[in-house]
Design a protein around this ligand. Structure first.
Ligand code: ZN
Length: 144
């Protein structure tokens, strides 16, 4: 498999204040579905009242969820929206910080409860990327 590279221009930028108490990845996915987004990048900052993120074990090819039941800052949230089975799918990574300023984080999964979040979605113009199962990594990577 060679690199897959596509070229885009910026179509529209959405800036959202997400609702307190909602689940972070579900809130982003809902915007993507409602706005019929096929290809976009996103970033965000804010805080969570609790978090779950994930680490992909490359040996077992399984995600290991890491819960954090304390309040934390969203130092950095970034990701992309593309298509899987012709529906929008969000892939995000999140960097969090605790009350000592220590940082941790990983792959964004369900279970992050929003305290506050300011989200920026940059919708792109161009042919969308599609995810399909990749045998080598065991991940749903872009294949076309
Ligand atoms: Zn990931």
């Amino acid at each position: 498999m060679s690199n897959i590279t596509k070229s885009y221009s910026q179509k529209k930028v959405l800036i959202s204040r997400l609702k307190t108490g909602d689940d972070l990845i579900n809130a982003i996915t809902k915007i993507a579905v409602d706005q019929k987004i096929e290809i976009a990048i996103f970033s965000g900052i804010g805080a969570l009242s609790k978090a779950v993120f994930s680490y992909y074990n490359q040996d077992t090819k399984e995600y290991q969820n890491i819960p954090c039941n304390d309040h934390c800052e969203i130092i950095s949230l970034m990701g992309n929206i593309s298509l899987k089975d012709n529906s929008p799918i969000c892939h995000g990574h999140i960097g969090l910080g605790d009350d000592k300023g220590k940082a941790f984080g990983g792959h964004l999964v369900e279970g992050c409860k929003i305290f506050a979040c300011e989200l920026t979605i940059t919708i792109l113009e161009g042919e969308p990327l599609h995810r399909g199962f990749d045998d080598i990594t065991g991940l749903p990577l872009w294949d076309r």
